[in-house]
Design a protein around this ligand. Sequence first.
Ligand SMILES: [Zn+2]
Length: 171
Amino acid sequence: MCYNSTKLEARQTYLLAQIGHSTAVKMENNRHNIIHPLCEIYQEIYGSKITMANLNELASDLSQLAGRTRPWTGKFLHSLIKGYPGFTTNGQLSQALNILSGRLNGLDEAQAQLKEVTVSAVNDLPAETVILGQAHRCATPGCRVLFVPTHPRQKYHSKTCAKIERRRKQY
Ligand SMILES: [Zn+2]
């Protein structure tokens, strides 16, 4: 009995120590939570050299993503990176960082999926242009043309095809 209660106490002390420890770790992590992804994203976009011009650009991009009326400044990001005391942030910045990092990953994915194909272009299409839109088959029966639409609801590849369909539907 006595042995058991001692064991229980020891177990409780151990658990308390664990909780205390993990809270301390969490608080420490929160401070670094933002700095690490911030530095990582900065490096991915601009490389390892930190300049105020780049920080201003990044701050403006992040502010736009977060929809802030009072945008963050490059100076603020710089203070965060340097870990100056008194510079803290809420979840808004880490959310904007997440979105931005998702976009960067999306671009990497798109880059990895690139296939070279032969295309015909109406507008100027410089060599190596990456086309992100998807090809649609023209909706006019008999027209076999595949095209990348200029707007999401475009059904026909040309004005002529649209006219043909309009006329066909009238009869
Ligand atoms: Zn067509």
